[in-house]
Design a protein around this ligand. Structure first.
Ligand SMILES: *[C@@H]1O[C@H](CO)[C@@H](O)[C@H](O)[C@H]1NC(C)=O
Length: 458
């Protein structure tokens, strides 16, 4: 087993030394984590969050591991309740899993080397990353010779923590988890990156993030969990506190003041860092859980598969899937022609379902509607009536009330195309939800068009 070979020589010596002294003291940090206890019992905890507390005892694996002292500590287990789904995203916060000294030592190694951080573009929010990769199965940068000395120094600190505390916990709680395949330090400094947008860790089977600074002391804000409804629950992590979760946890970072450093790791479900992501939550998705379906969509092998999962989850009423499905329709995923008006409708449903990220898309839709309206007015002024009518139609399909009214007028009076009183009435009616003028026009149309029908009928 590679686990045994690669990581177990050093602690063996350490464990034996302790044993020879005949006093294997337990590493007891249960007294820490008071801030977390206060957080989870605070009255303002959002309603989407459930938590409880557990006492933890972590024993290293391997025959020699049983000789080493166990780690005793406190773990807050949280569940984020997704809207419109039975799914609960579980996460664990282990208080003081990493010691103050270890965290400070890691930071100190990198504070001297501010320029050794990567400044790539983040896949989530297109911001500059400011990452230092300690090890990675995929990234070339993990082998960059310039930084190899510093990586080695960091690994001397991180490997015992992984072996003694993080891996025993992850393997016990997530039995299918394998190796750590990506390990990096991230920094959020003044005048650099302040946020890491709300996201799911799609490439990771189990994610671990260790705070190297203290909330309320070094920074305000930090790591938050959310369901995308605009409500963020910031976890007041202290130096060494560690969050362990899977990719169903929607989360992000927003440092409002001060500076925050963190150490993040991704585990895969294999020992060679290949990932069997196509099987993750397949059963739950097939059993029609919309959260699982949305995660499946994001890991789908083909665009068509992605499209189908999103469509199903969106139709089931899951706001986050409605947002993504809207985007799929907007871009025209998988041989489906782009359909901005249909996308607009899904953004709106998602927004009404409480998905805050849909607001930006909904705003773009509003802008598209207004654009159609104003360009229409412009063409109308230029006496290009056919063009004006087309543009009003476009604005109307994006839900712009003023464009609907103009389109109604065009149908009523027959300019720029055929006259059609039924369509005119329809557009006035729809616009009546948006503009006072249309309400009046709609009333007039009813009084002119509908009354004669009614009279004949009576
Ligand atoms: C009339 O407006 C339409 C729509 O904007 C445009 O495509 C067309 O070129 C315009 N025609 C003229 C003659 O300007």
């Amino acid at each position: 087993m590679p686990r045994l070979l690669s990581t177990h020589l050093l602690p063996l010596a350490a464990g034996l030394a302790l044993l020879l002294e005949g006093c294997a003291p337990e590493l007891d940090v249960r007294a820490r984590g008071q801030g977390l206890s206060r957080w989870r019992t605070a009255p303002h905890l959002p309603s989407f969050l459930d938590t409880h507390e557990e006492e933890l005892r972590l024993q290293q694996g391997g025959w020699w591991g049983w000789l080493a002292p166990p780690w005793l500590g406190r773990c807050v287990v949280g569940y984020v309740k997704w809207p419109q789904a039975a799914w609960r995203a579980k996460f664990n916060v282990l208080a003081s899993l990493v010691t103050e000294e270890e965290a400070v030592a890691m930071k100190r190694l990198l504070e001297d080397a501010p320029d050794d951080f990567d400044e790539d573009i983040d896949g989530v929010d297109k911001m500059i990353t400011y990452e230092f990769i300690i090890s990675s199965a995929g990234a070339q940068k993990a082998h960059d010779p310039v930084r190899s000395a510093r990586r080695a120094q960091l690994r001397r600190i991180t490997e015992p923590i992984l072996r003694e505390r993080i891996q025993p916990f992850v393997w016990a709680r997530y039995p299918k988890a394998g190796a750590v395949c990506h390990s990096m330090i991230r920094r959020y400094l003044e005048r650099e990156r302040r946020t890491h947008d709300t996201h799911w860790d799609i490439p990771s089977y189990v994610s671990v993030v260790v705070s190297l600074d203290s909330s309320g002391q070094d920074f305000e804000g930090g790591f938050f969990v959310t369901t995308g409804n605009g409500e963020k629950s910031f976890i007041p992590l202290q130096r060494g506190d560690t969050v362990v979760h899977q990719s169903d946890l929607l989360h992000g970072v927003h440092v409002r003041h001060g500076e925050r450093w963190s150490w993040a790791m991704w585990f895969q479900d294999s020992w060679d860092c290949s990932s069997r992501a196509e099987s993750w939550w397949q059963q739950e998705a097939e059993a029609r859980d919309p959260v699982a379906q949305t995660l499946r969509a994001m890991r789908a092998a083909t665009q068509q598969e992605s499209y189908s999962w999103l469509q199903e989850a969106a139709q089931a009423g899951f706001p986050r899937a409605q947002l993504y499905f809207g985007k799929a329709l907007e871009d025209g995923l998988a041989h489906h022609a782009p359909d901005p008006p249909a996308a607009a409708a899904w953004f709106e449903r998602s927004r009404l379902g409480g998905e805050i990220d849909a607001c930006a898309s909904a705003e773009i839709v509003v802008e598209a509607g207004l654009e159609g309206y104003f360009l229409g007015l412009w063409e109308q002024k230029r006496k290009n009536l056919t063009g004006a009518r087309q543009l009003f139609e476009e604005g109307a399909r994006f839900g712009e009330g003023k464009a609907m009214t103009e389109l109604g007028v065009a149908y009523r009076d027959g300019w720029g195309g055929a006259k059609d009183l039924d369509l005119a009435t329809q557009w006035f009616e729809r616009a009546a939800d948006f503009t006072v003028e249309a309400m009046h026009q709609s009333y007039l149309m009813y009084s002119q068009v509908r009354w004669p029908h009614l009279e004949r009928a009576s």
